[in-house]
Structure formats: structure tokens, C-alpha cells
Design a protein around this ligand. Sequence first.
Ligand SMILES: Nc1ncnc2c1ncn2[C@@H]1O[C@H](COP(=O)(O)OP(=O)(O)OP(=O)(O)O)[C@@H](O)[C@H]1O
Ligand SMILES: [Mg+2]
Length: 331
Amino acid sequence: MTTQEIREKIEGIIDPSTNLTLKETNAIKHIGIDPEKGVVVLIVAIGKTGSLEEKAVKRQLAKIIKLDLGFNGVKLQIEEKRKLESIVNKNVKFIIISSGKGGVGKSTVAANLAYALTRKGKKVAIIDADIYGSSMPKILEMQHAYPKANDEGKILPLEAFGMEVISTEFFAEEGKPIIWRGAMLSSMMNNFFYEVKWNPNTEYVIIDCPPGTGDVALDLRTIIPNAEALLITTPHLAASHVAVKAGYAEKQLNHNLIGVIENMSYYINPVNHEKEFIFGQGGGIEVAKKLDTELLCQIPINQPIHHLSLYESDEEIGMIYDDLATLIMIR
Ligand SMILES: Nc1ncnc2c1ncn2[C@@H]1O[C@H](COP(=O)(O)OP(=O)(O)OP(=O)(O)O)[C@@H](O)[C@H]1O
Ligand SMILES: [Mg+2]
């Protein structure tokens, strides 16, 4: 018996959570046969897992494969359709930008790294995971607009500087704070990954996190367990102390820590062109050493010339972001 014949036998099964057949929902993702054991291997996507509906589908699949087709057994993997077909299951690199302390430049670095990757021709998406303190729309100079949905009810992200962006700010009234509770926060995070129709060619998703280690970090561990993380600190030793704690948390969450970025490292005095270490020195390297990782770059203090928060390649800081993007790409 071929996998095609098996497909024909099982594709008429109705998924009760959608009331459509497995064929109609394109639910059969994989069929394999282990001829030695006489076992069929199946991956099937249904509307809702962990439900009575899942049990019903499993029962029908087992009946057809074992009783009707005479196989010894079936190795079944049932996935939730929205998750299986979401960006999480695509060949995409997820990079989490985090820090111990607030205000060290996470959002600025997240936006500029995303923009530098875009300049290098990469298709990049930004998820603003700082639900309460989201600043990404402002950083990217975006007008307030509510995202639209497509025919399938998926949320369409907004665009800025060639990048796709999603932020809770788009769903709130302009300028009003968000006072959602934990459960809503968690479902918002799920929606960003599972319910947004991201460009299918997306190569990098940059995730701007709130400061510290909280619920968002835990949610991210569940949604994207293989994500990579960049840790932002300032050069001051008090800030780096807190950054180390955040770094340990990232490691505990099994995120692969790519390295440390020291932001606001120095200011170049326009008169004598010398570096002035306004916020102290040594924080970045100390964090990298303690976490057994690398200090990837040191970004000086300066205002962008062309935009509100984004730097271009003709600026010193823009060039540092270009190098950082290259480093990320060749890893
Ligand atoms: N290298 C830099 N030179 C000059 N200003 C900077 C630099 N990096 C960040 N800033 C400024 O510092 C402020 C804080 O930056 P940002 O909002 O990116 O930090 P954050 O870590 O995301 O903060 P929060 O914890 O509130 O989310 C912003 O006004 C930003 O424009
Ligand atoms: Mg921020």
C-alpha cells in the first residue's frame, strides 16, 4: 500500500472542531510507512488540540489504519493547525532583544538591527513584545492605524521602512495606555506568532522585549524554544550587574545567547574628537565574561541624522549596525 492510498482513505475524516474534512483543511502534513514494523507515521493538523474533537479524529484515524487497512499500528502526531502553519514552523531566525534594566536601548537596537538586516536585502519582521511600554511604532515613525484582517481572519502586519511590524499599540486607542492582565498578555503574544499573516519569505523576526525577565520571556520560551537572544547593557557596572541576571535567565530559558551589545558606550566630543565615557566603562565586557559569551559591539551615544531613531549606513552608528547585521547573518 502506498502513502497516496492511505491519504485517500483518511482524507474524508471530518475534524469536528472545523466541521470540514482533513482534505478541505489541508490537514494531512505527513504520511510515512515503517514497513518493518508495519506502522504508519502521520502528522495531522486540526483546529483545536487537547479537546474532545482531537480524540474523535485520533479514534477515526486509528480505526481506518489498523482495522480497515490492516497495519499493526499508527504513530500519530496531532498539531494545532494555526501553530503548524504559523511563522513558528517556518525556516525563520528568531532573535530576542532583552536586558536587565529599562531604558538601555533595547527597542532602539531591535529596530536598528532589523533595519540593517533589511538594508542587506533580508526580509525582516519586528514583534513588539513590550506590551505595556511599546515604543516600536514611535521609533519607526509610524502613524497610528488599526491592522486589517485578511479573508481567513488573519491579522495583517503594518509596514515601516520595508519591515513588517506588529505591536499592541496598533490595537489600542491612540496614545492610551494598555492595562491588560496576564492572561490577555499571554494570548496577545500567541496572536502575534500564530494569528498574524507574516510575509512567507520572512527570514528574521526581531523581538523587542520589556526590561527584566517576566511573563513575556516565559511565553516566548513556549512559543519559540529555539530562539536566539541578544543582551543589551550600558557600560556602567551597576547596569551590567543587572544585565548578568537577565543573561542567566535567558540561558535558563534555553535561548541561545548570541552575545552582548554595549549601548551608550561613549560620546565622541565634537571639538577634540576624543571618546568621553559619560556612563562609565567596562560593563559590556564584564557581562560577556560572566555569561561566557562575546561582546559583539559598542554603540556610542549620538542622535541619528536622517530619522528619529534609525541610523543609516553613512553614519558611524549605522555602520556599527551594518557590521552587527553581517555578524548575525554569517553565524
Ligand atoms: N546610542 C544611543 N545614542 C543616543 N540615544 C540613544 C542611544 N540608544 C538609545 N538611545 C535613546 O535612549 C532612550 C531609551 O532607548 P530605548 O527606548 O531604545 O530603550 P529600552 O531599553 O527599549 O527602554 P524600555 O526599557 O523603556 O523599553 C531613547 O530615547 C533612545 O532614543
Ligand atoms: Mg523598549
